[in-house]
Design a protein around this ligand. Structure first.
Ligand code: ITT
Length: 207
């Protein structure tokens, strides 16, 4: 069984909508390393979760990138939501003339097996870090292959609207509606997570 590893029920609802009954949540709080690269964070999480669960794992690292704030909160979105919150993030953005933002999601898949080479990003940083750590590196960071799938969507930050979704959905508008005004299927059809899930689902079906 494929395990979607997250503590966030909003992510699980969206993944289930996409992947159906072939996936179930693993509520496991893997170590989230500090990095400005979503792929590196997700890859490390997928390896750790795979070692923990012994089953194929999918880890999703995602964030809101505000252009006028140089991409903040980006990989720190969960922390920003927990600390200043959605309303104050909107207040920061409201000060700016440029309200453009994007949501990005990287899915990392690990099942202990290797993968064919592909143009998808690999967690190069992770391998460089492992090599730099030298022979004392105490885990199998380098030897557990991970496959990454990325999705992005552009939008505009607006005053909060809507009751659905989670996180920053109420302030993220795409083609006239906020993500919180969409139902799961509507959001999945265009969202960062939906796009990453579509790439993953296509690849996984062939595997
Ligand atoms: P896990 O690490 O357990 O999966 P998390 O919510 O902490 O749960 P992330 O570290 O990936 O997950 O943080 C993502 C944060 O980015 C999330 O808490 C939201 O604040 C924001 N975010 C990501 N995707 C989002 C989406 O589709 N809609 C709204 N906000 C989103």
């Amino acid at each position: 069984m494929l395990r979607y590893v997250t503590t966030n029920p909003g992510k699980v609802r969206e993944a289930e909508e996409y992947l159906g009954e072939g996936v179930s949540q693993l509520d496991y709080d893997y170590t989230e390393i500090q990095s400005d690269d979503l792929g590196t964070i997700a890859a490390r999480g997928a390896r750790e979760a795979y070692r923990h669960a012994g089953e194929p794992t999918l880890v999703d690292d995602a964030g809101l990138f505000v252009r006028a704030l140089d991409g903040f909160p980006g990989p720190y979105s969960s922390y920003a939501e927990d600390t200043i919150g959605v309303e104050r993030t909107w207040e920061l953005a409201r000060e700016e003339d440029d309200r453009a933002a994007s949501f990005r999601c990287v899915l990392a898949y690990c099942d202990g097996e290797g993968f064919d080479a592909s143009p998808d990003p690999v967690d190069v940083d992770d391998r460089v870090a492992a090599a730099a750590a030298g022979p004392e590196a105490d885990d199998d960071r380098e030897t557990l292959p991970v496959k990454l799938f990325e999705g992005r969507v552009r939008g505009t930050l607006v005053e909060p609207r809507g009751e659905g979704g989670f996180g920053f959905d109420p302030i993220f508008e795409h083609e006239g509606a906020t993500f919180a005004e969409m139902d799961e299927a509507e959001k999945n059809a265009i969202s960062h997570r939906g796009r990453a899930l579509a790439k993953f689902a296509e690849w996984h079906a062939e595997r």
